[in-house]
Design a protein around this ligand. Sequence first.
Ligand SMILES: [Zn+2]
Length: 371
Amino acid sequence: MTASMTTESQFRLGVFALRAFTLAVLYAALGLVAFVAFDSVAFAQPAASPLKSLQIYFVDVEGGQATLFVTPAGQSLLIDTGWPGNNGRDADRIVAAAHNSGINKIDFVLITHYHDDHVGGAPQLAERIPIGAFIDHGENRETTDEATQKRWLAYQQLLSSGKYKRIIVKPGDTLPIKGISAEIISSDGAVLQKPLPGAGQPNPACASSPQPPADKTENPRSLGTLITFGELRILDLGDLTADKERELMCPVDKIGHVDIYIASHHGFNQSGSASLVHAIAPRVAIVDNGATKGGSPSALDIIKSSPNLAALWQLHFSEEAGTAHNAAPEFIANPSGPDAANYLKLTANPDGSFSVFNSRSKQSQQYSAGR
Ligand SMILES: [Zn+2]
């Protein structure tokens, strides 16, 4: 009896030990699962934090435009596609920027107007990366210009493939992009008729900016956009000319202050009048000029004398402007010399703080929140 009890208790002890062992294994397994789950959360958080920022690449397309926005929601907007030809040089640079930002598709490609330095690279770009939709101002209005008509027809052929959605916009429209608000300011020669909320102040700079003659090219047809991301306001008007700037800004300023001004028309003096620049009073201006295209001395001087300016950045040293009018060397992506394709990258935070990175120097400048 005793022996059997001993045997039974030994047996029970054995069962207990086995159960305890099984439970221990089970708990260990659960713990491992919990650890893995916790661990993946712990890893996911640092990876997610850069996505709270809006990334903007100012791709060097040698005096054309190609500005890529990647939103925290992972959506992308490319404003213009650079030049055609050169074995797809500009399209390759845009794709490199897209991959650098972590995207493999461009959701929206906005064509400001049909000059070759803006729409020219579209067919080559479409061969290299998936595109969701094109946004434009409608028909080409400069059919008498051979180069412009040629690029317009190439763009039409691209659209006729049926692979892309086409969105034609007018002032006051908002683009269907997640993570930023993108409002159309100008399109096909029409500009905003009513001031934006908070704008509408009399513009003293109008008195010293005479009404320029009407420009007959595609430039004044440029599709202009105001992008708002949290506290930040970013203005891109393509190659909009001074006659349209006056319609937008005089006698009252319909836009209001901005943080970042993507200098109109590559910093050519046919655009970027004081009636625009001094009224929007940007904290930072970025000029997508080439070495010998844009970057006019007087246009750079207007930017530098703007009341709230913290920094003028340029994609290239402007040969015409010389050291007297160009920004300081650290604010220039490409100094004189061989083509190095250096870009500028702006990383913006919802609180209004942002940084500008120069891919040549690998240096960033920080700008605190507050306009
Ligand atoms: Zn242009």
